[in-house]
Design a protein around this ligand. Structure first.
Ligand code: HEM
Length: 156
């Protein structure tokens, strides 16, 4: 077991928490909210997302740090043997789309979720419902990007 194996394991476990959590929220939690009255749906999602987004903040940071670390370690390793490291296509695609996913998460957490938070504090459930609808759309986008990266990396 090398340092890179540990970094890759942390990387993939963080991806599991992030992408798995989005899949649960999108496909299982949200469609089941119909059993609640609209104001309760907004309050429940506000509480659930507060916890989930805290975990995603940690997971996304770990994904980025471990991914960049693995690339840096490989670059140094190749340089020590006199070569020049060429980033493989799948690593390149993962890095670009991964950074895009982190930017989208930033928009969700610090733009849309902040709006939801203000709406819940003001007991404005109409604004809260609108913020939740936007969060749902962008989480759907990030979920699709995450699943696409995993399929691409494992299939190429
Ligand atoms: C944020 C920027 C990211 C960087 C710089 C990055 C970089 C890396 C690197 C260098 C590896 C090691 C590949 C190997 O050892 O063959 C790796 C593995 C992996 N990454 Fe990423 N990654 C990023 C984001 C993501 C995201 C967002 C996902 C999924 C949603 C993801 C999914 C995976 C998976 C599944 C592996 C394991 C591949 C395997 O071992 O075959 N990565 N990543």
């Amino acid at each position: 077991m090398t340092g890179s194996d540990i970094l890759r394991t942390v990387h993939v476990l963080s991806v599991v928490v992030w992408v798995g959590g989005m899949a649960f929220a999108h496909f299982f939690l949200r469609p089941s909210l119909a059993v609640l009255e609209p104001p309760q749906r907004v309050r429940l999602m506000h509480a659930v997302l507060a916890r989930f987004f805290r975990a995603v903040l940690v997971a996304a940071t770990l994904v980025l740090v471990t991914g960049v670390w693995i690339i840096g370690a490989r670059t140094r390793q190749v340089a020590q043997s006199g070569g020049k490291f060429q980033l493989p296509m799948d690593w390149m695609v993962m890095t670009v789309i991964g950074v895009l996913m982190i930017a989208i998460f930033g928009h969700i957490r610090f733009g849309l979720y902040a709006r939801l938070d203000r709406a819940v504090s003001a007991a404005d459930m109409t604004a809260g419902g609108a913020a939740l609808a936007s969060i749902r759309r962008w989480v759907g986008v990030n979920l699709a990007l995450g699943l696409a990266i995993i399929a691409f990396v494992l299939l190429t």
